[in-house]
Design a protein. Sequence first.
Length: 352
Amino acid sequence: MTPTVGPASVRSEGATAPPGAVPGEAVPRHPGPSNRPPLRTLLQPAVIALVLVSAFISCYVGLQRDPKPHQLPVAVVGSALAHKMELSLGDSVDVRPAVSAAAARQAVEQHDVVAALSSGGAGQLNLAVAGANGLSTTGAVKSVVSAYAAGSGQQVTTTDVVPLAPFDGRGLAGFYVSFGVTLAGFVLAQNALGMANVLHLRHRFWLITGVSVATGIVAAIIAGPVLDAVPAPFLPLAATLALLAAAAAFTTKLLGTYLGPIGVPVATLLLLTVGNSTSGATISSDLLPAAARAVSALLPPGAAVRAVSDLSYFDGAHAGVPLLTLALWAVLSAVLVGIKSRLRSNRRTAHA
């Protein structure tokens, strides 16, 4: 029988004494994963997954269940016709009187209204729409005007005065470009959060800023000159998408910095779920429920979709507010992350 030396703890299977260990002394062990993990450890990822899937389906599917027009802005020529439209259609349209058919059409082309209605003679109505507003908006306008015309025994002739680009037949290119850029900014921030122990904060800020600019340029090149699906001028489009990438990245980093492990799931909920589903691309904001309309233009994806649409089809007539919204998300999030970092640094200095 082979003699053994030392206590049984040293003779465990596969155990090897580290260099410099004293013979006969027990080898220290690092505890492995617990056979019975704490309940909280199991519950957190489960709850996060269930909340995200519930929110995603509720937003993307629920918002499309029963879209109804709400205060669709329509320019109407003639006080008599305007009055009849208000009485007949109620809250579904926001009737805006126009002095002439030319003025009403100009309002459509400048994105002040979604349609223009005028009388074309006995039993005839002329409807001018902007297909660039998307299928849901133009479809809703045609539906409510057709309902009015049927009730009054008239025929409607429809003209699309701002048609969609030939390679964007459903008007969704702006949405998908914005979704892709938002996703890129979100992933960029996730990587930056993981580099907290490797890169100084200012280097992570430079990384996010530089990659956001590059993301905007690449996305604008692909969507514009390459695919010819987004007809916005290149430089304004690239700047808009760069701001969106920065807003998504700095917002994700902000939530990860302040909320810890649940920050990224919260960013997923805010940007990729609620933000994109209420952006007004797949379902017009005028057809969304009240709560969704309230946040639609305030979140980065919704602001970006509006800016891209205005730059592409309406000469940037109302792009200023969405661009300002994107800039505020990016700048304020970066500032708040910087404040948090400074406070941590001051606490470490005080305890040193």
